[in-house]
Design a protein around this ligand. Structure first.
Ligand code: URA
Length: 209
């Protein structure tokens, strides 16, 4: 079964408060999402495997550690996921970046992919799928279906704010995908917005309405 991790680091929680605030404008919102994405990248990479190497210091030889194991990939779900990419790349600059775009059929409300571009070695990478919001879970489930269809095997999902409904849908559909969130909110409202949430993440990031 998938594990759900809530990042309770004080800096993440502090910054998230200002991200939520309706009075935070686009520029500051974007900067804060970028900063929180950096902090979350630090937390989500906590269990990366290491291997011992020898390094010559100015004083003597030392046994030290470097990252080992799979290379990383970051996959933002368009469009709001893009707001989290640069912040993550500050800590993991060698990660490749794929993109997944989905639209919701206005009749059936089912998500359909319209754009998928991934690193060619996707099956060998540890992928972190990012979207600021996990609301109904439909988009996240479909995005991960798209990745698995193309060979992805090692996937984590990371978001700022999640609704319990979305967490349940995602973990049931993809029990092999651990979920990393900054805040688990109360519920979804009738319009599919997370309560209390932060509003429309894409609009607030890009200054659209
Ligand atoms: N997407 C958003 O941007 N905000 C929500 O509250 C739910 C989905």
């Amino acid at each position: 079964m998938a594990k759900v991790h809530v990042f309770d680091h004080p800096l993440i929680q502090h910054k998230l408060t200002f991200i939520r605030d309706v009075n935070t404008g686009t520029k500051e919102f974007r900067e804060l999402v970028d900063e929180v994405a950096t902090l979350m990248a630090y937390e989500i990479t906590r269990d990366l495997p290491l291997q011992e190497v020898d390094v010559q210091t100015p004083v003597s030889n030392a046994k030290s550690q470097v990252l080992a194991g799979k290379k990383l990939g970051i996959v933002p779900i368009l469009r709001a996921g893009i707001g989290m990419v640069d912040g993550m790349l500050k800590l993991i600059p060698a990660a490749r970046v794929g993109h997944v775009g989905l639209f919701r059929d206005p009749e059936t409300l089912e998500p359909h992919e319209y754009f998928v571009k991934l690193p060619s070695d996707v099956s060998e990478r540890e992928l972190i799928v990012v979207d600021p919001m996990l609301a109904t879970g439909g988009t996240a489930v479909e995005a991960i279906n798209s990745l698995k269809k193309r060979g992805a095997k090692h996937i984590k999902f990371m978001c700022l704010v999640a609704a319990p409904e979305g967490v349940e849908v995602l973990t049931e559909a993809h029990p092999d995908v651990d979920v990393y969130i900054a805040a688990l909110d109360e519920k979804l409202n009738d319009h599919g917005y997370i309560v209390p949430g932060l509003g429309d993440a894409g609009d607030r990031l890009f200054g659209t309405k």
